[in-house]
Design a binder for this molecule. Structure first.
Ligand code: SIN
Length: 535
């Protein structure tokens, strides 16, 4: 096995990973590995924007209150305070690096999204905010000679010696490379691909959560999955997000009989919290026996719509839907995982030497339901924090410590190779399993869950447990293993939480339930898992 030593290893190249890389760059050499091309991440596709209390009508205290309310009692207040207080500085820094947010005259233009009590969402090029962030962060990262990237490098597992993270095993083409690092930052993003319907790009297969879990890290709050209410539902069209900012600008929802319905579900109607809107849509879909409802922008000025949402306008037109003239068929899809690898406020995980930032984590910022457009901000704020802490920790370590780990690592690598040889020629149908897994999760662990659907999902997922002990080499197979781990964690947590809180809705337990303020934490134990309910 080829090996390589770096000071700092970052796994993932979205907003959190790149922001961490920029923070680490002055302290040593930084290697960013990513399983696809560097810009292929959820960040790149983020439309709506980035929430920040920078407008004249806003205050960090109000941003904090909105975030806590959306989180439905389960946010960690310190994390929220850090997010809203450090957010403005991170955004101004981004602007100084060349980020171009949309303006009204000479002032930044802020828009509205659900559950915000102020207009505080910055956007870029109308509806391409994430792309602008990715552009600026990649350019900034490239300006440091100390930062290099390995694209198309799939992280299989972490290198753990005596409970300390020493880097990661990475599959590059047909070879496995041991990348030794003084500190490692996981920033692999979300898990949307675990569900059949999702807004997430194909790369969002929960890899970081799965590999951290296998390595023994504590994982928290996995039952909390946010479903986005409005995703394009048209024949042969991709599951393309129709930003909440459209409802923020006045778009309305109608059922297939063209009747508006949101006012009868929530006083904030179209701008009610996402989980409320998603469930309202599902109930209308069931009532009207239709696989979708409509988003209506036909009453809005067509020129404004085209200018404000150019990417959405052009994409829908590609699939024969002119959003300025016709109703747009939409239905909900999995969008964001609030849970993940538990970190402290510096990005440190429960494994020494391992740090994490962004959607892969559970910092406690989002609680049981994320306030729209808070996640890019979390990536910036906690990406910078994780980078800082990874530098502080890593500069104390010597390469000798890593070499000591390497000697023992070699023996493990030999064992890994033998396992591969043993499995060569297996005829397991991984694509079929991937599809069935995603379908099971969508149908039984989706927007509305109950004890029975969850135990059916558990039984189905357990039948595939043999996958977890196998050693694979192709990206699709490695992803499947991670998808299964994450699916099991989500289902297990959803079954354990017998109550409805935030985005987790149980039709058999519509109240919050006893002990609802506790979080569910998982840790691997042998081939199974250990759980605790903890405040
Ligand atoms: C959207 O544009 O609706 C997505 C924004 C977000 O999920 O934060």
């Amino acid at each position: 096995m080829q090996k390589e030593f770096v000071d700092f290893l970052i796994i993932g190249s979205g907003v959190a990973g790149l922001r961490a890389a920029i923070e680490l760059a002055p302290y040593g050499n930084v290697l960013v590995v990513t399983k696809d091309r560097p810009a292929e991440s959820s960040t790149e596709y983020a439309q709506g924007g980035i929430a920040v209390a920078l407008s004249d009508e806003d205050e960090v205290g109000i941003h904090s209150e909105d975030t806590l309310r959306a989180g439905d009692g389960l946010c960690r207040e310190e994390a929220v305070r850090i997010l809203v207080e450090e957010g403005p500085e991170r955004i101004l820094e981004l602007i100084s690096w060349g980020a171009e947010f949309d303006k009204e005259g000479t002032k930044l233009d802020f828009t509205m999204e659900a559950a915000h009590s102020r207009k505080r969402i910055l956007h870029a090029h109308g509806d391409s905010t994430g792309k602008e962030l990715e552009r600026v962060l990649l350019t900034k990262a490239r300006s440091f000679a100390s930062v290099k990237k390995y694209p198309f490098a799939f992280t299989e597992d972490l290198i753990i010696r005596d409970g300390v993270c020493n880097g990661a095993y990475v599959v590059m083409g047909s070879e496995i490379r041991a990348l030794f690092a003084k500190s490692t930052v996981l920033a692999t993003g979300g898990t949307g691909q675990v569900f059949l319907r999702t807004t997430n790009p194909g790369v969002a297969t929960g890899d970081g959560i799965a590999i951290a879990f296998r390595a023994g890290a504590v994982i928290e709050d996995m039952e909390f999955i946010q479903f986005h209410p409005t995703v394009l539902f048209a024949p042969s069209a991709p599951q393309f997000l129709l930003s909440e900012a459209m409802r923020g600008e006045g778009a309305t929802l109608r059922n297939i009989h063209k009747e508006p319905f949101m006012k009868s579900y929530h006083p904030d109607a179209e701008l009610a919290p996402r989980d409320v809107v998603s469930r309202a849509i599902i109930s209308q879909m069931v009532r009207t026996k239709s696989p979708h409802v409509y988003l209506d922008l036909t009453h809005m000025d067509p020129d404004f719509v085209k200018k404000r949402f150019p990417r959405i306008y052009a994409t829908c037109l590609q699939y024969a839907v002119d959003i300025t003239k016709e109703l747009v068929p939409v239905s909900p899809a999995a969008h964001y995982v609030m849970g993940g690898i538990k970190t402290d406020m510096t990005g440190a995980t429960s494994i020494e030497g391992l740090f994490a930032a962004g959607e892969v984590t559970c910092t406690g910022v989002h609680g049981a339901n994320r306030l729209a457009s808070n996640s890019l901000l979390e990536g910036l704020v906690f990406g910078a924090r994780a980078g800082r802490e990874a530098a502080r920790y890593g500069i104390r370590r010597t390469e000798r410590e890593l070499y000591a780990g390497d000697e023992r690592g070699r023996k493990d690598a030999g064992a890994k190779k033998r396992a591969d040889d043993h499995l060569r020629g297996s005829s397991f149908k991984s694509e079929e399993t991937r599809h069935l897994l995603r379908k099971t999760m969508w149908e039984k662990v989706g927007i509305i869950r109950c004890g029975q659907s969850l135990s059916e999902a558990q039984a189905q997922l357990n039948q595939w447990s043999f996958i977890l002990s196998r050693s694979y080499r192709t990206r699709r197979e490695l992803e499947l293993k991670n998808l299964l781990t994450v699916a099991q964690l989500i289902t297990e947590a959803a079954a354990l939480r017998e109550g409805s809180v935030g985005a987790h809705y149980r039709s058999d337990h519509s109240e919050k339930g006893e002990g609802w303020l506790n979080h569910i934490r998982f840790k691997k134990e042998g081939d199974g898992l250990q759980y605790v309910f903890a405040p």
